[in-house]
Write a protein that binds this ligand. Structure first.
Ligand SMILES: Cc1ncc(COP(=O)(O)O)c(C=O)c1O
Length: 326
C-alpha cells in the first residue's frame, strides 16, 4: 500500500548514509553485524533527527502563514538549534524558550549555535515553561505574526510522522535490520518508526534506549503518539504500550549526566570508526547498546542498526568537552 504523502519542505539532505561498523563490532567481540544510519548527517546546521521532523512541521507553519516559530528545550537542545537553523533558512523568526540558566561566561555547543543562528532566546524553568510559552505565543499573536508552536522535541504526531518516511528510506537502502536501536526522549522518533513498521510491514525490533524518563512513562506516551501518527496515514490500527520496547536502565544517572559508560562509548566509536556520538543522547544509547551486546542480548548473527540521531555539537559544550579532554 502506498504511503500517504504529507506536505513537506526540503531541509535535509536525504537519504542519509547507512554504514557498516566492522571495527566497533570486532572490538565488542563480533558474532553480529553492526550498522549505523547517519541521521547526524541530515545536513542542516550540523544535522540530527529534528531536521526530518521540521520538514513536516514547518510546511504546516508556512501553510498557516506563520512568521515566527516558538519552541522549547534544554540549554543544549539539538531540537532548538535545528529549529533556529530551519527558521533562518525560511526567513522566519525563532523564539526558543530554554529551561535552565544562561551559561557563563560564554555559551558553548548548541547554545552557541542558537546564538549564531539568530534565535531569540527566553529563559525559564521547567515549572514555568508552559506559562512562558503561552505568554510568548500570545504576544506574537497580538503582533500579527501568526506564531507556530512546536512542542518539546518536535514530537507532535505530525513531527513524528517524519520517521515513517525515514523508515521507508532505510528499508530501500538494503536488507532490513533485525534490530534498530536508538536514543529515545520525547519519543517522537521511536513513535514514527513504530508507526512506519506497521505501515511498511517491517517486522524487526525497534529498541529505544531512554536518555531520561522511566520506561513506564515512555511506553504509553510513544504508543499513543504512534497511534496518532497512524491516524495521519489513515490507518485504523492502534499501538499498545506493550508493543513499545524501551530500556531505561542507562537513564538512571539523569538527563545529561555523562558517566564513564558514555565516555567509553564516545571514545570507542571515535577510535574504532571515526564516528562521533554525543554525551547526552547518542553516547548514552550507544553505551546501552554496547552493554547489551556484551551481555549477548541479541541472537548470534543478528543484523543490528544503530540509528544515529545527531547531537554532536554537545561534544564541544561545557562541561562535556572538559571531561572528555582529560
Ligand atoms: C541527538 C538526539 N537524539 C535523540 C533525541 C530523541 O529524539 P526524540 O525526542 O524524538 O525521542 C534527541 C531529542 O532531542 C536528540 O537531540
Amino acid at each position: 500500500m502506498a504511503l500517504v504523502r504529507l506536505p513537506k519542505i526540503t531541509l535535509a539532505t536525504l537519504p542519509t548514509p547507512v554504514q557498516p561498523l566492522p571495527r566497533l563490532a570486532a572490538a565488542l567481540g563480533g558474532g553480529f553485524s553492526l550498522w549505523v544510519k547517519r541521521d547526524d548527517l541530515t545536513g542542516l546546521a550540523l544535522g540530527g533527527n529534528k531536521t526530518r521532523k521540521l520538514e513536516l512541521l514547518l510546511a504546516e507553519a508556512q501553510a498557516k502563514g506563520s512568521r515566527v516559530v516558538i519552541t522549547t528545550g534544554a540549554v543544549q537542545s539539538n531540537h532548538c538549534r535545528q529549529t533556529a537553523a530551519a527558521a533562518a533558512r525560511l526567513g522566519l523568526r525563532a523564539i526558543l524558550v530554554l529551561t535552565g540558566q544562561p551559561e557563563a561566561p560564554q555559551p558553548t555547543g548548541n547554545r552557541f549555535l542558537m546564538h549564531l543562528l539568530g534565535a531569540d532566546i527566553r529563559w525559564t524553568s521547567r515549572e514555568t515553561r508552559d506559562q512562558v510559552m503561552q505568554e510568548v505565543f500570545q504576544a506574537a499573536w497580538e503582533a500579527g505574526e501568526r506564531p507556530y508552536l512546536i512542542p518539546y522535541g518536535g514530537s507532535s504526531p505530525l513531527g513524528a510522522a517524519a520517521y515513517v518516511y525515514a523508515l521507508e528510506e532505510l528499508l530501500a537502502q538494503g536488507p532490513a535490520p533485525d534490530v534498530i536501536v536508538l536514543a529515545t526522549s520525547s519519543g517522537g522518533t521511536q513513535a514514527g518508526l513504530v508507526a512506519g513498521a506497521r505501515l511498511l510491514g517491517y517486522r524487526g525490533r525497534i529498541l529505544g534506549i531512554s536518555v531520561d524518563e522511566p520506561a513506564d512513562v515512555l511506553r504509553p506516551r510513544i504508543a499513543d503518539l504512534a497511534s496518532q501518527v497512524l491516524d495521519r496515514f489513515r490507518a485504523r490500527a492502534t499501538v499498545a504500550p506493550g508493543d513499545i520496547e524501551v530500556v531505561d536502565e542507562y537513564a538512571r544517572p539523569g538527563y545529561g549526566v555523562m558517566t564513564q559508560r558514555e565516555v567509553e562509548a564516545i571514545t570507542l566509536a571515535a577510535r574504532t570508526e571515526g564516528l562521533l556520538v554525543d554525551p547526552v543522547y547518542t553516547g548514552r544509547a550507544l553505551a546501552g547498546l554496547i552493554d547489551l551486546l556484551r551481555q549477548g542480548a541479541f541472537p548470534s548473527g543478528s543484523r543490528i542498526l544503530f540509528w544515529h540521531t545527531g547531537g554532536t555539537p554537545a561534544l564541544w559544550a561545557s562541561p562535556y568537552r572538559e571531561a572528555l579532554a582529560t
